[in-house]
Unconditional design. Sequence first.
Length: 222
Amino acid sequence: MTRPPTAAQRRIIDAAEPVTGRLRGTEAQLAALVRRGLAFRHPRPPHDHFLTPAGHRVRETAEAPEALPEAPAPAPAPASVPAGVFAARVGGEEAAVNGPARAREVHSAWQGLLELRRMTNPGGATDRPCAWERAHLVRAAALALEAAGHRPEPAPTPGAGSAEGGYRVRATPQPEAVAVREPDAEALRACAATLEGAGWQVGEHMEPRTRRRYLLASPRRS
């Protein structure tokens, strides 16, 4: 059985950049993480260290879970995210703060994700999702939408039912597929165009019960 990381190693893992997994620490600390398969040293200068998929899993044990899988029916709003942890908005979040600071965070996260694609995709391709995105479908799709300027669905107003307007991204029972909903038909088509441009395969579907249209999006592999 693999030994869990030490407290010092866990602090380094927890402090990794949110999207890219770039690490900071002494050479000895980083080398120890590499030996345990939790990090890798990038072969290109400046030879930074990054979390491996196993390292990402270790870090995420302390983060809030993604939205639970759902059928096409609407799902509850997502759980809140611990303070200091960046997360793209999937729609329905409470106490969401907008403004220049949030825009900078989203832009930085998207640029970091493109860099992660360059480092981990075959041939350095940035036009299609990487392994991290396929392992975090809801967050990855939401980041592509938020970075492109789409507005997430606000939290429902107490006593007023579901909020209106804005995208909502949720997991589905289908493997490697998320559902994207947006009450405005034109905005839904714009979401589809954004996801396709970000390397996702997108199809439009209709819920039999409500007759509302939604998107199913999956990361493109080639």
